[in-house]
Design a protein around this ligand. Sequence first.
Ligand SMILES: NC(=O)c1ccc[n+]([C@@H]2O[C@H](COP(=O)([O-])OP(=O)(O)OC[C@H]3O[C@@H](n4cnc5c(N)ncnc54)[C@H](O)[C@@H]3O)[C@@H](O)[C@H]2O)c1
Ligand SMILES: [Fe+2]
Length: 386
Amino acid sequence: MTSRFDSPKAIITGRGCRAQSADLLASLHAQRTLIVSDPFFASSEFLGEMRTTLAAKGIAVELFTEFQPDPTDQNVLAGAERFSRFGADSILAIGGGSALDVAKMVGVAAANPGPVSQFQGYHRVSNPGPPLVAVPTTAGTGSEATKVAVITDTSRNVKMMILDAKLMPTVAMVDYELTFSMPKPLTAHVGVDALTHGIEAYVSRKANPLTDPVALSCITKIHENLSAAWSDPGNEKAREAMSLAALQGGLAFTNSSVCLVHGMSRPLGVVFHLPHGLSNSVLLPTVTSFSWPGAAVRYAEIAREMRIVADKSSDELACESLAEWLARLNNDLQVPRLRECCAGDVEKFRASLHKMASDALESGSPQNNPIVPAPDQIVELFELAW
Ligand SMILES: NC(=O)c1ccc[n+]([C@@H]2O[C@H](COP(=O)([O-])OP(=O)(O)OC[C@H]3O[C@@H](n4cnc5c(N)ncnc54)[C@H](O)[C@@H]3O)[C@@H](O)[C@H]2O)c1
Ligand SMILES: [Fe+2]
């Protein structure tokens, strides 16, 4: 089997590294930069500082903040229109996965006229977008180092997975100082999303020798640091480790794949308007219990690497311990049960089950899972997670 590993041209990490963004954009010959910023940071001091340093380098700036969490095709088209009207030649994206994904697709939409749905699926982008510097403010999606964007098609009410090497940011700047402001639930949900990236990348049928160590390092960092970042939001060591883990999770899954958790989480998120991290978190323990018999050796390696079982423990014990630990983690981080996320609306849940199952399969992600489920098994898994 051959494999390919894509990454940004440069990955810059460390507290305060965002200060290098103006120099970086200048080195990419930027003269007019569209800043795609999470609305949470639009009027923040640090964004003001970044704008000042860009101006000092002679780079003109336009700010675009009009998009929602779990962004839509309409958000992308509005951003592309702003990009073209301003005559931008580069993009600086600052925010969570939503800001980064919008920024990726704004660049692509500006370079390729037509509906955003034309890019859904694999390798459907013709012209690359402009240089993109991606600065994450959550420690979750790893979008700063992935060739993926997730955009909702508002006409079909479907979360589109768009994968193309042309979506890889030119530069990722991972400055963990920007994550200190995350409230506890966000820290938990995006942290478990990153953990899901590590686990799914490692057990995927597309796992390969270059993604394996990156995925394992992501998983062990999260095992050692997520609870500390959650209970003590100012914990510098834990925040730094979580930002690096999220970056590694992105690099791992984008060069391997995500699997069944992500396949099921996207339709669930659309139907019940759940944020991406939360919809993954509520599914991860249940889907792990279902999937491990298909790749017991791999799941057991994860558990041993995390040191939640002894090196000599059986694969079966290791896999069961991993699934139990994941359920306990959700409990400790106060991740609600699925039924609480859906406000107990069991009728809507039941009525949506079959469509959610077929949308999950259609996304292609479950086909990378150690056990590829039939539609009825996906329905059962949703019910078990309820
Ligand atoms: N491109 C990829 O590879 C990839 C991978 C996984 C998920 N995603 C997508 O990313 C999106 C989710 O991104 P996310 O989980 O990072 O959340 P997000 O970007 O949707 O942000 C969630 C909320 O947190 C706020 N926020 C962001 N940073 C903050 C901070 N430092 N302090 C306080 N509040 C902050 C935002 O304003 C928003 O209200 C989804 O659309 C998902 O499908 C993309
Ligand atoms: Fe994810």
